[in-house]
Design a protein around this ligand. Structure first.
Ligand SMILES: C[S@@+](CC[C@H](N)C(=O)[O-])C[C@H]1O[C@@H](n2cnc3c(N)ncnc32)[C@H](O)[C@@H]1O
Length: 261
């Protein structure tokens, strides 16, 4: 018996489904029609269940599975970059963190996991079709995690939301920006950083990095680090041993970290 609000089911091919444990019959994409509570509540963690023609294994709702099973609309920040941003910005319990744009909440999910119940996450997003997805992903995460930060969401462009942000908090411990255009956002929110706090920009192309760099310096922030995190996966070789897998290095984005000194 594994009472929980959210069940995670994984297929043998690695596809993950997050299922809300409601006691009514619903159609779930990739699984079929079922009453989640009645079919899944007695399935122990690590045990298999056959639903229709598919076999699923039930896993606990941990962040990597919840991220794999999340809904996606806007391009998301994955664990490779999200983890580095959290570490380099020094984010943890009790922090007040401003993030724009929310998008599908890829970065927000990683933030919420480390901020604990004492943190406060403020997200900003102008496009409702994106925030619908991002907020749904955060709601699922909130039901799965033992602790979740306070969350305030603002509909709008971050540049136009400064007074709403200041009504929530006049100072923040970190700012994470993942926007098509960072300069105007940096100009609008840099003053919210506490002394010693950091701001990051996620920049898929180098021209965005350069513009963000200049904007940060113009706002009196010190560039602490800029660069790219390159991930090289290893696998088992067919004739024994382990080695880097064949395939190209992927590019996600250049990261910029700036500090208010
Ligand atoms: C690439 S997505 C963010 C993805 C998000 N970081 C994630 O990991 O899922 C960029 C988002 O910024 C939003 N956006 C664009 N301009 C904005 C602005 N001026 N202020 C706030 N959000 C903005 C877009 O609507 C979009 O949803």
């Amino acid at each position: 018996m594994a009472d929980a609000d959210i069940a995670v089911l994984i297929e043998p091919n690695g596809r993950v489904h997050t299922v809300e444990m409601i006691d009514e019959s619903v159609k779930i994409k990739g699984i079929g029609v079922l009453n989640p509570y009645q079919r899944l509540n007695d399935v122990d963690i690590g045990h298999e269940i056959q639903i229709g023609s598919k076999t699923f294994t039930r896993l606990p709702p941990r962040l990597p599975e919840l991220v794999k099973g999340m809904k996606r609309r806007a391009q998301t920040i994955g664990s490779k970059d999200a983890g580095v941003l959290i570490a380099r910005l020094g984010i943890g319990p009790g922090d007040i963190v401003l993030e724009a744009g929310l998008g599908s909440a890829g970065q927000s999910m990683h933030l919420a996991r480390v901020m604990g119940a004492s943190g406060h996450l403020i997200t900003v997003e102008p496009r409702q079709e994106h925030s619908d997805v991002g907020l749904e992903n955060l709601a699922t995460l909130a039901r799965a995690l033992p602790e979740f930060p306070m969350h305030s969401h603002i509909d709008g462009r971050v540049e136009d939301s400064v007074s709403d942000i200041e009504k929530i908090s006049t100072e923040v411990d970190a700012i994470l920006l993942d926007l098509p255009e960072h300069s105007t956002a940096i100009q609008a929110v840099a003053h919210l950083l506490k002394t010693g706090a950091r701001l990051s920009c996620y920049c898929p192309v180098s021209s965005q990095l350069e513009q963000a760099w200049i904007a940060c310096e113009e706002e009196g922030l010190e560039i602490e680090w800029a660069g790219e995190i390159i991930e090289r996966e290893w696998g088992k070789a067919s004739k024994g041993g382990v080695r880097p897998v064949n395939g190209p290095f992927g590019h996600t984005a250049f990261l910029l970290i700036a500090q208010k000194k």
